[in-house]
Design a binder for this molecule. Sequence first.
Ligand code: FAD
Length: 634
Amino acid sequence: AENIERHSYDVVVIGAGGAGLRAAIEARQAGKRVAIISKSLFGKAHTVMAEGGAAAAMGNVNAKDNWQVHFRDTMRGGKFLNHFRMAELHAKEAPDRIWELETWGALFDRTKDGKISQRNFGGHEYPRLAHVGDRTGLELIRTLQQRVVALQQEDKAANGDYESHLRVFAETTIVRLLKDAEGRIAGAVGYYRETGQFVLFQAPAVILATGGIGRSYTVTSNSWEYTGDGHALALLAGATLVNMEFIQFHPTGMVWPPSVKGILVTESVRGDGGVLRNSEGKRFMFDYVPDVFRKQYAETEEEADRWYNDQENNRRPPELLPRDEVARSINSEVKAGRGTPNGGVYLDVSTRLPADEIRRRLPSMYHQFKELADVDITAKPMEVGPTCHYVMGGVEVDPDTQGTNVPGLYAAGECAGGMHGSNRLGGNSLSDLLVFGRRAGLHAAEYLDSFDADGRPAVVAEDVDAAVEEALAPLSNADGENPYTLHHDLQITMNTLVGIIRKPEEVSEALGKLEEFKPRHKKVGSTGGRRFNPGWHVALDLRNMLIVSECVAKAALEREESRGGHTRDDFPAMSPTWRQVNLICSLSADGTGVDLKHQPIPTVRPDLLALFELSELKKYFTDEELAVLEPVAI
Ligand code: FAD
């Protein structure tokens, strides 16, 4: 068999974005030996691209903010499908995680009196996003990496080896998780992208922190790594995914020129005063405020404009509705023939703020449009449209420990599910990474303490061979199907048939196509050897994209309602009975597809429900639930 490089660790963290790094730091601080693995270069993850900021109810800009209000906003944004316990932990712990970053060297933008400044964002009642201009993710990753280096320096001082407790394996893709004979996690197999050499990591605990799935869609803000690897690795190892039908289409991606279609235009543009107009010049969002949100949003342009300076006495502009609402509204305007020449709508900040202010507050956006589209956003509106951005669905985890149903397997960050319900609020991801990355690291370390040195789960040699054989298969299909063609066909299928608005006949058609793609995938081949061979890498990523897309399509066909990031053409309303259901995907018994089952959603604790008015809960809950709730709600 293959001569495979071997390593032994306590914890293997797959992914070096915010969630992975925060998890690794926590496990190392608990004294564990940790490997951090990243498919791309170290430091290049979606977390770096996060622009707007990290949501944390510190109350620095509006003292009325607190965890209860943040919890409420998160549940509203997710339309009550969130795991309440995750939303609670997130709201309570986010401020500490931001503070901790400052103690590790982060420097957030300041208020006039020197506190961490906070900006407005869609769905957040008060200014809440801690930020560094529009480059927050960069500061976050920079700080976490700096913390990793600081810990490595401590290790060097203590035992002469920088990498004794924390080692980074960059440009290394994990292709399979391994379990022992008892079904506990025992390690993972991957390959170095540059050489094609395989590598085995033996470890009792694995933390998945692999981010999103956007590359299954044509128009996406996601970069090449985001092929749903963690989701697929979890499924293949026997873990489950929850509510995969919920995908966030960010309302504002670039629509022109074609080469950059999908690239994100940060929500901060709207948070800082940018407005949406159709081709007739109308500020159309006023026509799209749904009933559940009517009380919190301005009815006239005058009131909306006053809000930027006086939030006490005015309601917020409808441009700051949650993302699912804004994306659907833009979609409707374009479909009704009121779109721009390139099929988007206008996002204008040029008539709203002085040019130097725009350049100061939105430096990345200014450069992005100047360089990629030759548009000066201080003088002209941008053209924008929805883009596949974020997956709310993910690996099903325990809300406190981030553990899955496979002993030793944890998931955190975007690849984990539950926290955001049917729709994520902007800024709630960066805080999610910190809160739950830390928790995953902590509990993985605790799990480790249950083993003595010789009682650790052992990998099964045949499983290692099988993983290597599976990964090598495309290289012996030299005349096989071109992986790029199959990838293209998959993207078109998901984009056109399982996109923003879902029709059952189209989703069924997509499922039929996904079945046709399976035998094609078996025949996928790439010429060239194992040394940096992108065609081979895509062939391997396709397994993950196909299985995850099947989860998305199956769940989208099953859920007969519209909620958050899932809109059914034939069931346009939210259904209180569907709110009681989580859709759970698992690998089918023969391993060739996925099974879907209904699972009751956990009952929200009464003290948390009491944070809402009964009149609001009535929009989400069934009559039977309300009969029980009535006595506890205020
Ligand atoms: P990521 O940061 O996505 O990192 C995933 C890691 O996993 C990478 O290191 C990758 O190489 C690795 N990986 C993947 N597969 C494998 C594999 N098979 N083997 C080994 N390694 C693997 N959220 C906010 O809260 N605020 C914002 O302002 C914001 N702006 C955004 C702007 C853009 C353009 C984008 C794309 C997203 C934005 N988001 C924002 C969302 C947020 O950035 C992401 O959801 C978040 O960063 C995900 O973090 P993560 O740690 O889960 O994963």
